[in-house]
Design a protein around this ligand. Structure first.
Ligand SMILES: [Zn+2]
Length: 487
């Protein structure tokens, strides 16, 4: 896998991107004003606004998406949202051309677009943003966002500052600004696309921003970060926690003023360790490729649901609604912002608990907790006698992107031994997938500085979900977290 933008990459300026940036700025400012006005209004008026958005999305999906017209054929236009049948990614992706509401968007064209890493952040058909996600189950997802949705996501990000943890004002205005996104690169992933779009549309911002790849060996990543000395770092909680560990061990010397955590759940222990190490607050964000801004963290360390633009329904195994306080089996999400590819009662797969009581920060919106995926950091022998730590997300990205695996489970049983479970097709297909994984992992681990060859075995069994959470942990270590790899 090649990194499409090594540090210092700049795209050739395109006046059309600047024009798009100007238009998005205007739309985003209008949305922001609308959000603030809604917050000043009564709970009842906020509910009315949201109900109107739900009605508008459902009417649009019913009339313009052939997939939803069929999926809801047994219901009437008056059927309320919670009575409509849920939907999963595999089903939507199998009917992609019928799912989207703009007939100009064809899956073949979108596939060609996302196969080209040099087009990350480019406007598809001159107006849409496109990103992809592999997730933990089924086929990879491709998500198209319209201009209104993009403006809404920007406004939601802007509005979160009202209740967010206190941020050093120098990190947003005045003083030298150096932003770092530490992420899985090499594909059109949501965070990277979002970042790259902003850099294309606002060149001044782009000059102060760098993307760092988690696929780089940890030593090289730390060296590059030290050199850039970012004032603000955005990444996944597992990566921020690992960077904090590197900083404590003296292998990193960063002095950020803001840390942004997203993509996975952030647990309180991790948060304290990260904040204590770097001496600044972590601003948390909960979102998914299907719905970018589901909830934002507040200064009381809770996640507030963006209920004006998102409907979140925690449900049990039989898709029955659960009351506040009970952890869900999965959660159904409805994204009210994006009309070009409707996400309505979509099974996201996360376990979410809606809190029963109000939050101390003063924000009246409901708060929620998300169960972490709890994948493990793996450790291998290094040349210099110590060990190399490898981030679970980096291994997942290598197995997904370079080996084409989607549902798998990798367990480390010794410093030089891994066992892979693959959930796919016949034995011939599994064997070929395993050989691809073997080659990709060998290349990747050698690049990370792993000293001895690591033996990879193919398990006959299928990936097993965690007995306690019912979720699939994809990267596990026998030596970490008390996991039971034989499960
Ligand atoms: Zn709060």
């Amino acid at each position: 896998m090649t990194d499409p933008f090594p540090p210092g990459t700049f795209f050739a300026p395109d006046p059309l991107d600047w024009w798009r940036g100007g238009c998005e700025w205007v739309r985003c400012s209008a949305r922001l004003q609308e959000l603030w006005a809604e917050r000043l209004g009564s709970a009842e008026s906020r509910r009315d606004k949201r109900d109107a958005r739900v009605a508008s999305l459902l009417a649009h999906a019913r009339s313009r998406s052939r997939f939803f017209a069929r999926h809801w054929s047994g219901t009437s236009p008056a059927t309320p949202l919670h009575a409509l049948p849920p939907v999963a990614r595999d089903e939507l992706m199998a009917h992609f051309d019928d799912w989207v509401t703009d007939p100009g968007i064809r899956l073949d064209d979108v596939r060609r677009f996302v196969a080209d890493p040099s087009r990350i952040g480019e406007a598809f058909l001159g107006r849409y943003a496109v990103w992809t996600s592999s997730g933990t189950t089924g086929v990879p997802g491709i998500y198209v966002q319209d201009e209104d949705a993009l403006a809404t996501y920007g406004a939601l990000l802007g509005a979160q500052a009202d209740f967010a943890p206190t941020i050093d004002p120098r990190s947003v205005m005045g003083g030298p600004l150096r932003l770092a996104l530490v992420a899985a690169t090499g594909g059109h992933f949501a965070g990277v696309v979002w970042w790259q779009r902003l850099c294309r549309m606002y060149p001044l911002l782009g000059a102060h921003a760098r993307i760092f790849s988690i696929l780089e060996p940890l030593d090289a990543l730390c060296e590059a970060l030290d050199e850039w000395s970012p004032t603000s770092i955005a990444s996944y909680p597992t990566v921020l926690a690992q960077l904090a560990a590197e900083q404590r061990a003296g292998r990193l010397r960063l002095a950020p003023r803001t840390l942004l955590s997203g993509g996975e759940a952030l647990c309180e222990t991790e948060r304290s360790a990260i904040e204590e190490t770097f001496g600044c607050s972590v601003v948390e964000d909960y979102g998914a490729s299907e719905c970018m801004n589901i909830a934002h963290g507040c200064r009381a360390h809770r996640l507030h649901l963006n209920e004006s633009w998102v409907v979140l329904e925690p449900v049990d195994e039989r898709m029955k609604p659960l009351p506040p306080g009970e952890p869900s089996f999965t959660v159904l999400v409805t994204n009210l912002a994006n009309h070009v590819q409707p996400i309505v009662r979509y099974d996201l797969g996360d376990s979410v608990t809606i809190d029963a009581g109000p939050c101390d920060c003063g924000d009246e919106r409901p708060t929620l907790r998300v169960s972490g995926r709890a994948d493990d950091v793996l450790e291998f022998d290094a040349h210099h006698g110590e060990f190399v730590r490898v981030l679970p997300l980096a291994i997942e990205t290598v197995l997904e992107e370079d080996s084409g695996l989607s549902r798998f489970q990798l367990t480390q049983t010794a410093r030089d031994e891994l066992r892979l479970r693959i959930d796919s097709g016949d034995s011939h297909e599994r064997r070929r997938a395993f050989e691809r994984a073997q080659q990709a992992l060998a290349r990747f681990l050698a690049k990370q500085g792993v000293a001895n060859p690591v033996r990879l075995h193919l398990d006959d069994e299928a990936p097993q979900v965690d007995r306690a959470s019912g979720k699939l942990r994809r990267i596990r270590s026998r030596t970490a977290g008390g996991a039971d790899p034989s499960a």
